[in-house]
Ligand binder design. Structure first.
Ligand SMILES: [Zn+2]
Ligand SMILES: [Zn+2]
Length: 350
């Protein structure tokens, strides 16, 4: 198969032929039709996440944000068959631990993700383990390009707001960092009936946040965003999301909350923080703030999100900024050094 191959940390991806993946007895081979290029790919490409154990043997094939068509299933797979259109959530489980047994494979005790634990969607075919646990049917009405982010950014934002942040209609939601996750969060929180404030240091991203439903935007380079949000909302946001994962956005998110507000941490940290960010504990105590993490989304929650997409209330396609040939993926990845991507770039030509 053709793949954009990572040969080393920060080395340009090389498009070449590699061996087709083999199908496990419990797995499925998926023919990738579309794969989003995500900031998590960039973290892995620059070697940012070796401290959490993500260290590749080269060659390696990235890509954890894809959908496609089942090409082959192993003999133990009962729920899927060749020809099925599928979303492949990145937050995968082995199906038998305490969390998986409750349908929470996104926090599986032995969880793994395509493009990290095994070769992913920068190649034409991907062997997905434990297919009955880790695949979701992609409805006919949703195209592959718009469906790609349903395996990562879009579903992560949905779970973060809906299940973890418990956003209610009429609440103020602040979204810090308007990259792929942040812009998804803007659109979804708006659909849930919230008043959304987008925060970023890039005017183009703020413009896109407005198009996706943000009622206000704050340019973090010009003002203290937490103070600006407390003023706009007359006391602070009910829910605030850090969609980026750097110390500044995390702290700003917490500081922008009103009393009893909920902070949802979606972005993972970089080498600069290595997982540790100092946060204002006394403020958290005295204002009874809730701090919650959010990781991917469990398969059983997909029905709610897909139902809203099919009903026209959510439109993940609106976040796709451009489609790419496989050959262009490496350059797009490298451009994330300076946060140059707007919305979600999706590979759809292999
Ligand atoms: Zn992603
Ligand atoms: Zn598990």
């Amino acid at each position: 198969m053709r793949a954009a191959v990572m040969e080393g940390v920060r080395e340009p991806l090389v498009v070449r032929e590699v061996a087709d993946p083999e199908c496990a007895a419990h797995g499925a081979v998926v023919r990738v039709e579309a794969n989003g290029v995500c900031r998590s790919d960039w973290h892995a490409w620059v070697g940012d996440w070796d401290w959490i154990g993500i260290k590749f043997e080269f060659p390696h094939v990235l890509g954890h944000e894809f959908c496609g068509v089942v090409e082959e299933v192993g003999p133990e797979v009962g729920g899927f068959a060749p020809g099925d259109r599928v979303i492949v959530p990145f937050s995968q489980g082995e199906g038998s631990c305490e969390q998986c047994r409750q349908g929470l494979q996104n926090v599986c005790e032995r969880g793994f993700a395509p493009g990290f634990a095994y070769w992913g969607g920068f190649g034409r075919y991907v062997a997905v383990p434990h297919a009955d646990v880790n695949l979701v049917t992609l409805p006919e009405s949703i195209g592959f390009v718009e469906g790609a982010s349903l395996g990562c950014r879009y579903m992560t934002a949905f779970h973060g707001l809906f299940d973890q942040g418990k956003v209610q209609a009429g609440e103020w939601v602040a979204v810090h960092g308007c990259g792929g996750i942040g812009l998804s969060a803007v659109q979804i929180a708006t659909a849930l009936g919230a008043n959304v404030i987008g925060v970023d240091i890039d005017a183009d991203k703020l413009e896109m946040a407005k198009k996706l439903g943000a009622v206000e935007t704050v340019h973090a380079g010009n003002a203290d965003p937490a103070k600006a949000i407390r003023e706009i909302t007359k006391g602070g946001a009910h829910v605030s999301v850090d969609g980026l994962g750097i110390a500044e956005t995390c702290r700003n998110s917490i500081r922008s909350l009103r009393r009893r507000g909920r902070h949802v941490q979606i972005g993972m940290t970089s080498a600069a923080e290595r997982g540790e960010i100092a946060i204002p504990i006394d403020v958290i105590v005295s204002r009874e703030l809730v701090i919650t993490g959010s990781h991917g989304m469990q398969v059983p929650r997909y029905a709610s999100m897909l139902g809203m997409i099919e009903a026209g209330k959510l439109d993940p396609g609106a976040l796709v900024s451009r489609t790419l040939a496989l050959e262009e993926a490496g350059d797009v990845l490298a451009s994330m050094d300076d946060f140059a991507t707007l919305g979600v770039p999706v590979i759809d030509r292999y």
